[in-house]
Each structure stands twice: as C-alpha cells, then as structure tokens.
Design a protein around this ligand. Sequence first.
Ligand code: 16G
Ligand code: MG
Length: 536
Amino acid sequence: MADTILSAAAKHPKPEDKSFKYGTAGFRMKANLLDSVVFRVGLVAALRSRKLSGQTIGVMITASHNPPEDNGVKLVDPMGDMLEASWEGYTTILANAPDAEVEGVYHKLETELNINPESPARVIYARDTRPSGPTLVTALVDGLKAARAEYTDYKLLTTPQLHYLTRCINTEGTPQSYGVVSEKGYYEKLGAAFARAIKGKKISGPVIVDCANGVGGPKLTELLKYLPKALEGGIDIKVVNNDVLRPESLNHECGADFVKTKQRAPPSSKAGPNDRCCSLDGDADRLIYYFTDPEHGFRLLDGDRIATLAASFIGDLSREAGLADELKIGVVQTAYANGASTKYIVNGLGLPVVCTPTGVKHLHHAAKNFDVGVYFEANGHGTVVFSPQALKAFNTKSPESPAQAGALETLRALTDLINQTVGDALSDMLLVETILAHKSWTPREWDLTYTDLPNRLVRVEVTDRYMYKTTDAERKLVEPAGLQEQIDGLVKKFKDGRSFARASGTEDALRVYAEAATRAEADDLASKVAALCKQY
Ligand code: 16G
Ligand code: MG
C-alpha cells in the first residue's frame, strides 16, 4: 500500500514556493492552487477517522462568501464540530510536505499519533456550487483511496447540512441519535420542528430570502416542500438570487457578507418598505436580516440582533416553563459585537456575556459551558447549543399549568429546529421567523430593542500581519510593543469610543474595528487607528 500514497501524491503536485495554513476557515484560496491540498486533506481525514476508531469524518469543499474563483476545504469532527485544534497543525504539516515526502510524513503522523493502520477509516464529503468543486472532489477521492478509506459522496450540500449528517452518522442507533442520515432526514427534522414551534402562531407576510446564488438556493427550495404553507398557517418564503447556473453570480453583489459589510441591500432587491428580508452566504452558514424603514432607510439586523432575539425568547420560555433557576443561559460574542448589544444582553436581558476570539470553534466551545449557550458572530454565523441537562429538563419536567406545558413544548421544538452542530442559515431563519411570530413583531419592533452604536470596520494592508499579536479575546494588542497604549490614547478622545486591531485569519491583512457615539466619530476613530497601525 505504501507506494500508493507516493504515486498518488505525484498526480497532485504541490505548487512550488507556496505554503499553506489550516486557518479559521480551513484552507481557502484561488481554486487552482488547492489540488494538492485537497488530496492531502483526504489523507488527513482517513488518519483522523482511524485515530477515532473509525468514527466518520466530514470534508466540506467550499469557499463560503469568497468570490467564485476561490475554493476551500475543511474537516468536520464526528459530533459535527470543527476539527480539533491540534489536528489543524498536522493538516498544515501534511499540506506543506514536498510531494516525495508526503508518504513519509503520513506514516510519521500515524506512528506519532499512535494510529492503528488497520482501523477502519470512514469519510463523507460534499461541496458547494463552485465550478472548481468536481475537480477538487477528484483530488479528495484520490487521497481517500490512497489511504484506503471508505467514503460517501453527498454531492451538493450546504456546509451545515454536512455537519448535521456527520453527527447523525456517528450517533445513529445511540441514545444521542441526532436524526436520520440523509439530506431528506434533515428537511424532515427541520420541517416537523418548525411546525411544532409555530403551532397556534401567525407569521405575518412573506420573508424574502437572498440565497447569494449559492447552494442555499436549491436547498432552501427543497426545504420548502417540508414546511407548512402560508395558506395553512405556515410560512411564505420568497427565494431570490437563486441562480446556480451562472457561476460568476455567486456572492456577487448579494449574500450575507455583501449586506453586512456594505450595510445595504443587494442592488437586485425589489423589496418594498418594511418588507422582511434576509441573506444567506455562499454555503448557507451565515444569516443577516434587514428591511427598509420609510423614515430611516436601510436597517440591518445582524448576528448580534439574532443572538439577542434568541436569548430573550429562550430566556422568557425558560422562566415560563419554571426552569429559570435550574438552567444557566448565556450569550457568547466576539470583539466585533456592537457594544450596544452587549449592554442590552447584560442590563436588559440580565444574562451573562462571554467574549472569545473570532472563529466559530472558539464561540461554540465557550457556548457549551452554558445549559443554553447562544452564540453569534456579528457577521451572522451562529447557533444555540443545549446541554444534556437542558434537554433532560425540557423532556422530563411535568408542567404545572397549560402555559408551562406550552413553553416546554416550544423549547423541545427549538432543540430540534436549531442545528446544534454549527451555525446554519436555513435553521436560523426558521428560528427567527418562529420568534417574530411568537412575539408578533415586525422587523421594526425587533430593531427597536436597542440602538446600535455607529461602527466602522476597515481592512489595512500591512507588510507582515503576523507581527500583530493580541490578547483578551483579540481586544488588545500585545505586539508590536507600545501600539496598544497609543490606540487607548486615541479611543479616550471619543465618546463611547472602542477600537481594536487584529490580524485576519483568512487573508493577508489587518482588520481595524471602531465604534463611537456618532457615525463621523466612528469613521474618524477607525481611520486614525488604521493609520497608527500602518506606521509600525
Ligand atoms: C472564518 C470564520 C468566521 C470568521 C471569519 C473571520 C469559521 C467557520 N469561519 O470565515 O467565523 O468570522 O473567518 O475572518 O470559523 P477574518 O479572520 O479574515 O477576519
Ligand atoms: Mg459561510
């Protein structure tokens, strides 16, 4: 078997002078540079599965909100979590080995990690709609074959669907079973849970869903078949930007990242005043809501808003269910969360907030320390995770009144509706729709819960982004020495000022975020901090 890896690696040569790093989004770059990387990810997936005695590992080929010519690849652990951190390092090592050494490095990892080469290796994979996907799948399969893994091709899926399936496979037939192992099983689970969650409530008007011309479009269209229809007291979903036949349209002037960073609706939007709109990103793991207020113009309801909405709803339900004292509910955010949202959660909702570094794995991990852990990045990626104790309480508490029974049933429905493996735009959208229906809120009423501080995010080109090292969940720089003191000095001059700088984990740049009492001050603070950082 040994020379199989050697000869297969030769068919997928590594571009010379190129080094790769498994970062917050796995490997992501121009698709034509990824062939060798994806091949080697196939090898790592097999090793990881063998290390875990044949539990199934997921591989997703996607570049999310990046332009169509990019692609990416990431690994999913058995419970649907992001790949364990130490394995990011092993994956990076294998990705950077010269072609002739791949086999040696593979066996070295096998020995060092104490992996039995005779253990079974099982892998499932899927991809988004990018034209480069099928070729990269070929490279992946060559890697899986060379490592003698069993594999299943799930073809086109959203990223969260692959996370869901990975967990389903690994829990099948156990008390922790997460659902039927099929794409249809996913739709049936969400559809049934949504029907239960909105029972007796009315969803007002349609919701317009911008699918970024990505894989979310066909998948949402499929999901619709499993949802209660508007005429039967269900939901009226209008799917837009659902063109997966013109690859160049993917994420082009539409999608969650466009809406969040440009702070405006996609130019193609035909939504009228107060129409409820939302956007997914290219692999449907981010969700952003918005509407146009006739008086105040475009209004963004981002990940912070979804987190506060979910936390307030689940907090209320737990109280109604008589479980408030038993369950620890908390919210996890990053430094990008608007200061007004943090204040609202702590002072308005009376819930604790934890801040972690950027990247889903950090938030997810911290959320697990609560019984109900609500986590969202401001960019719209997030979900809610429930502890075994919370699930047990929802399922076993005997209600003392019809109101308590109702609250418990809604909580149980939510645990099925919410994708607990990872942020899932389709599931999150049904969650938001459920909550708005329960509260009888329009987007405007949702928007009025608190007022965002004006903020600005700028991308700064620097010679070496690795020079900038942070602490305190990326809110403070420790290197270069002296820079943080200067930023602090600037921030003090602005009312409600806050600013931080951190190196991007996905591109060669520094990001500077600033917020302040007025738009002009936020812009001014951001550009001053950016200029300061550039000097170093
Ligand atoms: C990745 C992360 C996302 C984060 C973003 C930050 C995952 C699955 N995705 O897309 O959560 O917000 O990176 O990018 O963790 P940046 O480091 O370039 O600012
Ligand atoms: Mg994404």
